[in-house]
Design a protein around this ligand. Structure first.
Ligand SMILES: [Zn+2]
Ligand SMILES: [Zn+2]
Length: 169
């Protein structure tokens, strides 16, 4: 995922607006793997100032995620803003390296996605999940299992209210 920045490094231009797409099936690194349903689009502006290449913009893509409640695969659109710095011949926690006349966006993209991504993705905020008894996906309708909606820890409290109401006035 390289962008050529030679014109910036030579001083021919001060800023470089960009809009690039990378068509990959999977975005992966040792500690990261994301199945993609769209190209990775990255757009923004690159500035060169005193050895530092600053790049700001946004990453947008559609990933294939698994819902943490109902376990179905769904298309998960992501738009992540970033603001990162690259430095020549150096890699530290604060900078990504400039390699010859290029910057490689891959690590920067993955790091920003890791920070942004929810630990428990949901196919929808209102996902009803699976029935704990038969496993049916409740987004497609109710099952016939008899589940009491009352939390078991509250059952004794419910009984208490029943008997106190039954006591009459
Ligand atoms: Zn779901
Ligand atoms: Zn059920």
């Amino acid at each position: 995922m390289n962008i050529n920045i030679s014109e910036l490094l030579k001083g021919n231009i001060e800023t470089l607006p960009f809009n690039v797409s990378f068509d990959e099936d999977v975005l992966e690194r040792d500690d990261f793997k994301l199945k993609l349903k769209s190209p990775i689009n990255i757009s923004g502006i690159i500035c060169y100032d005193d050895e530092i290449i600053n790049i700001k913009g946004k990453i947008s893509l559609v990933a294939e995620s698994q819902c943490s409640r109902c376990l179905t695969q769904f298309d998960n659109p992501m738009v992540v803003e970033f603001d990162e710095n690259f430095l020549k011949n150096q890699e530290s926690d604060d900078f990504y390296p400039i390699l010859d006349d290029n910057i490689d966006l891959k690590n920067m993209v993955i790091d920003n996605l890791i920070i942004w991504m929810p630990l428990k993705p949901l196919c929808s905020e209102n996902c009803k999940g699976l029935c704990p008894i038969c496993g049916k996906n409740l987004n497609y309708g109710q099952c016939n299992c008899k589940t009491d909606n009352v939390d078991p820890r509250l059952l004794s409290l419910k009984d208490f209210f029943k008997s106190s109401q039954g006591g009459g006035e």
